[in-house]
Write a protein that binds this ligand. Structure first.
Ligand SMILES: [Fe+2]
Ligand SMILES: [Fe+2]
Length: 234
């Protein structure tokens, strides 16, 4: 099914996003960050909540890459192969996080889920825009998040979860890297598409403002993972 056949939802501040992808009935899908669960910081529940959200984020990454394969059949074999490999990686990531969640006593649907990344990325009708927002901004950001998560899980003595974070991080470097390389080539190959990617980044900034509930405070600044960002071509 191409993106054209997927509906829209109106969310906070009248922002229009793509409707959520299908989820099993066990999941409670919300459309506003304010409806997400907030476990007490440092509790066992908060660690399960983190893994539960990792599962759903990986599912969205898989769905976004797969949707691009459907929507852009005429793109080069190279970039389509990169996206196909990414689908395999993201499916494995979701599975790794889900198994660990279950080992720690969690279960599918234990917390609400939000599919905002899918909703935002699938609003764009060019592969350049989707790769800029999903692979460059979101997955690039995940390089910082997973690095910090690996350190924190290890500090808590949970080396098994820390190792999963490290393993996922290695794949995410590649996902940002192939997108950065492809976007860089657009300078010569298709400047028009590069402009679409730049416009998407600026739409993203205004969406991020509108979608963030008032009073949201960042718990802390996540350290920039310089080393892996360099590997990913930032
Ligand atoms: Fe992933
Ligand atoms: Fe990824």
């Amino acid at each position: 099914m191409t993106t054209d056949a997927i509906g829209y939802i109106r969310v906070r501040n009248g922002v229009t996003l793509r409707a959520s992808p299908a989820r099993e009935r066990a999941f409670n899908i919300v459309t506003d960050q304010a409806q997400m669960h907030k476990s007490p910081e440092g509790s066992a529940e908060s660690y399960r909540e983190q893994l539960h959200s990792n599962v759903n984020e990986e599912m969205q990454s898989l769905e976004i890459a797969a949707q691009s394969l459907v929507d852009f059949p005429d793109e080069s074999w190279h970039i389509r192969m990169c996206l196909a490999r990414q689908c395999w990686d993201e499916a494995r990531h979701a599975w790794l996080f889900f198994n660990r969640l279950v080992e720690l006593g969690g279960y599918k649907g234990e917390f609400p889920v939000i599919n905002q990344e899918w909703g935002v990325v699938c609003m764009f009708d060019s592969l350049a825009a989707r790769l800029a927002v999903q692979n460059r901004v979101f997955e690039g950001g995940s390089l910082d998040v997973f690095k910090e998560a690996a350190v924190l899980w290890a500090q808590m003595g949970d080396h098994k979860t820390a190792d999963i974070m490290e393993a996922v991080l290695v794949d995410e470097i590649r996902h940002s890297q192939f997108a950065n390389e492809w976007l860089e080539n657009l300078r010569n190959d298709s400047p028009r598409d590069l402009l679409k990617a730049i416009a998407a980044m600026s739409s993203l900034r205004s969406w991020a403002r509108d979608l963030t509930p008032p009073g949201t405070v960042m718990e802390h600044d996540i350290p920039v993972n310089e080393e892996d960002r360099q590997r990913a071509g930032f």
